[in-house]
Design a protein around this ligand. Sequence first.
Ligand SMILES: Cc1ncc(COP(=O)(O)O)c(C=O)c1O
Length: 453
Amino acid sequence: MTTTHDELQRSAADHLLLHFSKQRLDDLLVLERGEGPYVFDTRGRRYVDALSSLFCAQLGYSYGAEFAAAVTEQLTRLPFNTNWATAHPPAIELAQRLTALAPAGLTRAYFTNGGSEAVEAAWKLVREHYVAIGQPRRTKAIARDVAYHGVTLGALALTGVPRFKDAFGPPPIDVTHVSNTNAFRAPDGADPAAFRDRLLAEVEAAIVAAGPDEVALIVAEPVQNAGGCLTPPPGYWRGLRELADRYGILLMADEVITGCGRLGEWFGVAREDVTPDLVTVAKGITSAYAPMGAVLATDRVVEPLDARVLRHGITFGGHPASAAVALRNLDIFARDGVLENVRALEPYLRDRLGDLLALPIVGDVRGAGFFWAIELVKDDANGRFDQAERDALLRGYLPGRLREAGLIARADDRGDAVLQIAPPLISDNAVLDEIVGGLSDVLTDAGKRFAAA
Ligand SMILES: Cc1ncc(COP(=O)(O)O)c(C=O)c1O
């Protein structure tokens, strides 16, 4: 590398617009190399990537040569063709193999370049479905508070974070946001059956209030990311399925994070034994060696559209190079036992993270698979940090202290203070120990500054 660390910092500040970030950061983390679960910055410092580059790098960073061979072979044969009324073998094969791994019934795949586009395309499929079956009045949706479903304007309407939306005018979809499955501070959170029944009653009330024949879609993540790895109480997804069926509404699992092995399954909703009508995936579909997303849908959703022209298309959706990478990703998952690794180590990771509850600043540890959140609290009574304290802890203190500890994790503020980890799915016990050990050091120090003993 010829450009120095300082030059990169200056050039980034002058020219590169950052996503979801202030534009002037004192010390921008610039990563230039990866190896296994580790990444290296332009000062040569090594970090465990305990967040898999925003929940994407399922395989970590050492499969480049293998994916490059798959891409070279595809680009040499056919660099590009669209899926606009034409197709190419990698997209066809990927659609077939991905749907074969999905819960039975999800037989069709529509490819995009990422998660927001997948959610956006799913909504268009839903609307086209209802227009085709003579129910055009179904224009509304039910989603959940704090949930993140992407940033394009349709997906943003489903997103339940008002401050991401306020600046952009009236949302194009009429969405009712209902409570999510955060049990930690819920009055009935310790009684999963009561909690589930209350949440489902709220969903039903929202459907009735919106007008049952005007609601098109219920959307939820199997484990909600925003708010901190919110697992559902047992029976919640079956309840959503029953409500959707009772009112003729389609049910969608947004698996942009929870899919592709993050929960030890190709599709996290398989843990709930429920088949949604649509599923969105992205991020881990290529283990981030190329950009891609997809919507999977059942025959029931798509059959009414078969004789019509679908009014939605994305030039690069299902790009041959990305499809070739996704196919190789499927091969590697099977060959290297990636899902099996997550399933085998989930109990170990849960137990090790559970030990952190002994720290005064740790109030709750929750999650599944390789997808976990630690909720940070002020005292033994699980007191909440106020906004100023959250700013100081999550934006001021933790990012720097985590870097110092050689860890990439996510300090997030959705009203509650949460630290998230999502290690690469190839991590072994030693890597998980390194992550939890680092977290323990950082949170011990944070507790001394921010929590009452
Ligand atoms: C559940 C969920 N849906 C959709 C998206 C949007 O995906 P992308 O950032 O690839 O557009 C995200 C991104 O984090 C997500 O977590």
